[in-house]
Design a protein around this ligand. Sequence first.
Ligand code: ATP
Length: 348
Amino acid sequence: MSEIELRNLSKRWGSFVGVQDFNLTIADQEFLVLLGPSGCGKTTTMRMIAGLEDVTDGEILVDGKVINDLEPKDRDVSMVFQSYALYPNMNVYENIRFPLKVRKVPEAEHEERVMRASAMVELDDFLHRKPAELSGGQRQRVALARAIVREPNVFLMDEPLSNLDAKLRVSTRAQIKNLSHELKVTTIYVTHDQIEAMTLADRVVVMKGGIVQQVGSPTEIYDTPANAFVASFIGSPAMNLINGEVTKKAFSGDTISVSGLDLPDGPVTLGFRAEDAAIVEKGGQIQAPVYTMELLGDATMITVKVNGELVSVKAAKDYRAEIGDMVRISVPKEICHMFDAQTGARIG
Ligand code: ATP
């Protein structure tokens, strides 16, 4: 059992804030993903949990006990990094066994544990190879096996897939998800890739500038983003965001008018997702010339440009239009997300 609690966890270097007042309880066996752009504080948070970075303020508790002052080796966590950090002179077997030697696990247990860990990541046939004789995906699996062999209660993974090509990333992602489930460990996983976050996580924490923006299940974060930043960070393509003004329950911006909104008068940012809008023959809230058309296989993405703003809408896979053709886009109020124009906070 390993429940992790972060209480007002903060990291500062001088006056620079790396992480500020992070509060969260991560349940035993939960798969939690820290997501955000470069420099938002994901790695720093993870390194504090691993004990590789001192905590400036706040507490980290594991199963109710404060671990701030525990040495990294005394914390029951295994970390997998973006760079595999394998020992080039050791073969796969020795690399996987290394943590057992460091921790002075009785020799008699080594072989069985290495074999079990290597089987989990399907490396049984590669045990005698040196890292240089492996593909990138196989090397990352050695790094995973080396984390597994310790049988920790907590896995910390920092962008473990970022050195893999797109296809390998998808299969290794599935393997990580499966392993975490099978091993029944609490996993904290850092990524800047929203698709990785959405596919892996029980809950996602979206961070920006060291501050948590939203914590929720992938569905919650996608369906009800807490602010315009989260809305623009989750989903592919990014949510369409249009600045404008609400007057007498109607939004009007440079590109669009939507009526029947239950909001007070004032400046707001209106958002909607490409997949929620539709191209229509008549009516519609936006009329604009096609800027690009992209064939996605299962759909066609139409992007229009109105007064400098790009707005995307997903159409049927056999929909075709030429650049410059006028299209009408339906944006009913039901699909609209409304954000405060100044703070970005969700208001409807
Ligand atoms: P990335 O995806 O690029 O790894 P991240 O979200 O993991 O980004 P962190 O590595 O946690 O970001 O860094 C958060 C911020 O703290 C960054 O602005 C970084 O420059 C800063 N930072 C990290 N380590 C130090 C340090 N030792 N001294 C000063 N500032 C630091």
